[in-house]
Design a protein. Structure first.
Lengths: 366, 423, 296
């Protein structure tokens, strides 16, 4: 009962946000929502199945660029299919999944660190393609992203839309789309984790051989989760492209991939709520530090000499957060919240913290 | 009460709350109006009765941190001086600095944060970032001066690329090589360039010029993360190039020149304006750079005998003792002066709204500001504001580490050149 | 032909530096089964100290201090972070090292600021000519040093007590501990050795033909990842071979860029990763890595 009430409250507050906060916060919030969707995806792969991926940014790029390609009208220099934007968005997510599937000969056979480093190749190869396949990607210029139009409702600035005296532009409209997408992504991932697949994935992570013995097709599961996580990455990419309004190849690099890994560790590995919390933390921290740099001790406003700049402070804090969480907060921020009993309902997940089996425990911890 | 009904009640209550609490955003959809102040000056976003807010979107923690620091300090110094001299239209200039660390998403966030209270942007580092925001800047009508000279940045009323673009510099560089370094039709010319808009804009110029002159172009593309140019130098040597153009970072330029000379590839090099830093003269790369390396740049080096530079050097050294007086100081200061002059013109026209600022800027057809070079034409935005390039040479004794080698000229090649249409 | 030989020799010499970094990964992985993404920051830390100290204490002393300091930092990471992290999956430990890397690298780049720091090495920009082939002296020194260090480690693994303890720990940690191998000491020493190797690699990455150390130097460590993986993460021979393969691939692909323009320009940076993927497709544990056998 309380659970429903609390969730209704959260939903209502989130729905109110665009009526009060300005473009900066809406944009930051949308970045966080996109990050949340992507983080859920990589948490399924890395957190729940134990497969390390450093290539998540590649799938965001696939989603973003595929959406642009499918929806844009072709011009002399740039290709495009001019499909309805809604269909283009769905196709973009599917294409990201296909891209993940093409990698499955590797994703299915390699595990852990080997897969992590192998996925580096996706980032470097992917950026190479983004820069060189100019007809598809616009090269270094990137491409303008067509506005999304769903059933006649445009997620752009025109036609003018005023709700309760508040003008609704691109960001306000996308905000609600983002909320819906995040909710659907969470629900779906929750379903996967709670059901048979989730148990199989955790078994693969905790004890691969046992999983095989119990009849879990390990390689097929690994490849499948990789595809699913790629599709989440693709969806995050589509949302990001809509907020960016222009795709640029520089963005989809190694740092973005590392951000995603940091998110799931900070938030809590293997759970949907953890991924969302981590995404919020990593996306909001630098913005908060920059915006309020004047009032935080030890942090200097940008452009003034002395002190640590907000950008540096944010990076150090976020690196330190990763380390601190692993050392002192098993379960991440989500675990912390549970511990202090402000329990967000429904975020309670079927994943008990994995019990280390002898094979996977660090050998130097006797 | 069932959960559903409870939820319905909550939502109804909240909806009431919405209509009750006034939101700042509840303007009923009227566009943020321009106002006319008591002094008869029309004002818009970023301008109040007492202040004009300018935003510097810079890189203080990423790969262009050294440039960002110099540009930011020089610009803040100029605006402080402007304020000390009475400001603009009786208003003081306030600068807001935002560091995006050369990250597109952070730059977009920074822009979204400062844009609503910004009158103009005298500094925006990073062409990927400006490219990503091009549509928004154009729609918001905020006059923006990018610290990047890629042709892809042309074509927006609100964005002013100062001086030449990279391609024009490279065309003038080829002209310089043919006139003074004996490069002739049938020769080969190498071009080492970065992946991305900087290198590839420059490549457009070298392609055009080598075709016109009848040179064979040998391309080598690298990424910003590459450090060691041995393989590239070997490839140039194998191709037998007679001169090399360099559109990469200072580190890569130093590596290429050093390796080439050491392995017996003794040809002249001309770099783009971002391919040199005086800091390199303190490293073992110095002798190679001092030998036969030149830089093609639209702005005069800070060592040029111009009164405005002499004052800049004096003031800057007094305010930031020990800081390098590199090209960033000169270019940042120049851009700040352009914004200052534009604001003065806008003030004279009694219109400090964003549209008014752009209009005032675009009426300047021959801006000079005492910085030497050919006057810049700000009335068009689909062509570079200037076509004239200085050839400068590294010099350890000079302030800023470089001196004019050849005065500014517009080559005939550059006059013929048509900038590729924006994407 | 001269070009080919020159590119090959250059590839081998830069590959030897990659091999030094990769050897560090391998040693750490053997001892603790952690993939150390903080290696880039160890490299930067060692290089930074050498660059800052040589004007004060002279080059050789600075190098010694740099190597020792990087070893110390690495040992500290092992002692303070890795040993205390009680997590189930090694993927998580790998992510922790990313966190460590971010903290150290951010602080170091803040210290380095906008400078380009010379290393003060005695070789300068001298080159040696063999026939038509020129090779930088620094690269010859790098090759010799790397070969010597790698040989020393191969021998140490085989014949010293430390090597035996390390191999025993890698084989079966619990049994080794029961037999009297002090696992903590083994893993800490492995980290220290890897740190020292990274500092030596940093030296060779910042001398001619590059102008010096700056904030972007640590990015080169990324190239040693494919080297370590394609040789096999648990094989020291693999690190050597992997480093050489990556170095030669990169050098050849860049040098013959014009003949391979159809692949898109700038393929030299991507090629090492493509080679890695092909090798992993054929041998998922790398060229020399031990294939994990599970007996159920």
């Amino acid at each position: 009962m309380y659970r429903y009430l609390a969730w209704t409250g959260v939903a209502a507050v989130l729905c109110l946000v665009p009526f009060y906060l300005d473009g900066f916060w809406l944009q930051t919030g949308l970045f966080a929502m996109s990050a949340a969707i992507g983080a859920i995806g990589i948490n399924l792969l890395t957190g729940a199945t134990g497969q390390l991926s450093m290539g998540h940014a590649f799938f965001l790029a696939v989603g973003a660029y595929a959406y642009v390609f499918f929806s844009a009208e072709p011009t002399e220099r740039l290709g495009g299919l001019g499909l309805p934007t809604g269909i283009a968005a769905v196709l973009a997510v599917l294409v990201a999944g296909v891209a993940g599937g093409l990698f499955s000969p590797i994703a299915g056979r390699l595990k852990g660190a080997y897969l992590g480093i192998a996925t580096f190749a996706l980032i470097f190869g992917g950026q190479h393609v983004l820069f060189n396949a100019e007809h598809l990607t616009g090269g270094f210029n990137g491409r303008a992203v067509p506005e999304l139009d769903l059933f006649g409702f445009s997620f752009g600035d025109t036609p003018e839309l005023i709700v309760l005296q508040v003008p609704f532009g691109t960001l306000e409209r996308l905000w609600f789309l983002g909320l819906v997408l995040v909710a659907l992504s969470m629900a779906f991932a929750q379903g996967v984790l709670k059901g048979r697949p989730g148990r199989a994935m955790n078994t693969i992570r905790d004890h691969e051989i046992a999983a095989g013995v119990m009849g879990v097709p390990v390689a097929r599961y690994r490849a499948g989760v990789f595809v699913l996580s790629s599709m989440y990455g693709g969806l995050a990419g589509v949302l990001l492209a809509l907020v960016f309004q222009r795709t640029v190849p520089e963005y989809f690099g190694v740092l973005l991939s590392l951000d995603y890994l940091a998110m799931i560790v900070i938030g809590g590995l293997g759970s949907v709520g953890g991924a969302v919390l981590g995404a919020l933390f990593v996306s909001l921290l630098p913005q908060l530090l920059t915006k309020y740099s004047d009032s935080i001790p030890l942090v200097a406003a940008p452009g003034t000499p002395g002190g640590v700049s907000p950008a540096e402070a944010a990076r150090i804090l976020y690196g330190a957060a990763v380390v601190t969480v692993v050392l002192f907060l098993p379960g991440g921020l989500l675990g912390l919240i549970r511990k202090i009993r402000i329990r967000p309902p429904r975020l309670r997940l079927p994943l008990s913290p994995p019990s280390p089996s002898p094979e996977t425990r660090s050998p130097h911890v006797p | 009460m069932s959960p559903d009904r409870k939820a319905a009640v909550v939502i109804a209550a909240l909806a009431l709350a919405v209509s009750a609490c006034a939101s700042d955003k509840a303007t009923g959809g009227a566009a943020p109006a321009t106002a006319t102040g008591g002094d008869g000056v029309k004002t818009g976003a970023g301008v109040t009765e007492t202040t004009i807010t300018l935003s510097l979107l810079t890189d203080l923690t990423g790969p262009y941190a050294s440039l960002g620091k110099s540009v930011t300090q020089a610009q803040q110094m100029y605006f402080e001086q402007l304020n000390a001299a009475g400001g603009i239209c009786g208003r003081t200039i306030e600068t807001v600095v935002r560091d995006h660390g050369y990250d597109v998403q952070k730059a977009m966030a920074a822009y979204a944060e400062v844009a609503p209270r910004t009158a103009a942007i005298p500094q925006f580092i990073g062409s990927p970032m400006v490219t990503a925001l091009k549509e928004k800047i154009t729609a918001d009508k905020i006059l923006t001066l990018p610290n990047a000279w890629a042709t892809s940045l042309l074509g927006s009323d609100a964005i002013q690329v100062t001086g030449t673009t990279y391609d024009v510099d490279m065309i003038n560089a080829v002209d310089f090589l043919t006139k003074e370094k004996g490069l002739k039709s049938g020769d080969k010319i190498g071009h080492l360039y970065f992946e991305g808009d900087y290198g590839e804009s420059a490549l457009n110029g070298s392609k055009f010029a080598s075709e016109k002159v009848g040179l064979e172009l040998v391309e080598q593309k690298i990424k910003a993360t590459d450090q060691d140019m041995t393989a590239q130098a070997t490839a140039f040597k194998k191709a037998g190039v007679n001169a090399i153009l360099v559109s990469v970072g200072p580190r890569q330029a130093a590596s290429l020149v050093g390796v080439a000379l050491a392995s017996g590839l003794d040809v002249p090099f001309v770099g783009s304006n971002s391919a040199y830093s005086p800091l390199l003269l303190d490293t073992p790369a110095a002798p190679a750079l001092l030998k036969d390396y030149y830089v093609a740049t639209a702005g005069a080096p800070i060592s040029a005998p111009l009164p405005v530079y002499e004052k800049l050097i004096k003031d800057y050294e007094a305010k930031f003792p020990g800081e390098p007086l590199d090209s960033g100081v000169a270019s940042g200061y120049t851009q700040a002066v352009i914004i200052g002059d534009t604001l003065k013109a806008a003030c004279a026209a009694k219109d400090l709204s964003r549209e008014g600022i752009i209009k005032a800027h675009r009426t300047q057809t021959a801006w000079d500001g005492g910085f030497g070079g050919t006057p810049q034409d700000f009335s068009v935005y689909d062509k570079p504001a200037s076509l004239s390039t200085y050839i400068v040479k590294p010099d350890k004794a000079a302030i800023g580490g470089s001196v004019i080698f050849k005065e500014h000229t517009i080559s005939d090649l550059a006059k013929e050149y048509q900038v590729p249409p924006p994407a | 032909m001269t070009t080919f030989v020159e590119l090959l020799v250059n590839g081998i010499s830069i590959g030897a530096v990659y091999a030094l970094i990769a050897l560090g990964f391998v040693i750490i992985f053997k001892a603790t089964e952690v993939v150390n993404f903080a290696h880039a920051s160890l490299l930067l830390a060692g290089g930074y100290l050498v660059a800052r100290l040589w004007p004060v204490v002279g080059f050789w002393a600075a190098l010694l201090i740099g190597v020792a300091a990087a070893a110390l930092v690495a040992a500290a990471i092992e002692f303070l972070v890795i040993r205390r992290a009680n997590v189930a999956s090694h993927s998580v430990l790998a992510i922790v090292t990313i966190g460590v890397d971010i903290v150290i690298t951010t602080e170091l780049t803040r210290q380095i600021g906008t400078d380009v720091l010379a290393m003060g090495d005695p070789w300068g920009s001298e080159v040696v000519r063999f026939g038509g082939v020129t090779l930088a002296e620094t690269r010859i020194v790098a090759l010799v040093t790397a070969a010597a260090l790698i040989t020393a480690f191969l021998l140490a693994f085989k014949y010293t007590g430390w090597g035996v303890a390390m191999r025993a720990a890698a084989e079966d940690a619990e049994t080794a501990a029961l037999m009297g191998v002090r696992l903590g000491r083994v893993s800490m020493s492995a980290w220290a050795v890897a740190g020292g190797l990274a500092a030596v690699a940093a030296l060779f990455l910042c001398v001619f033909p590059t102008p010096g150390l700056d904030r972007s130097t640590s990015l080169v460590a990324l190239k040693a990842f494919p080297a370590a993986i394609l040789g096999g993460l648990d094989s020291t021979t693999g690190a050597l071979v992997g480093g050489l393969i990556i170095g030669v691939t990169e050098s050849m692909m860049s040098g013959y860029q014009n003949d391979m323009a159809f692949l898109g320009r700038g393929i030299g940076d991507v090629a090492p990763f493509l080679v890695m993927l092909v090798i992993l497709l054929i041998r998922p544990a790398g060229l020399f890595g031990t294939k994990e056998l599970a007996r159920v």
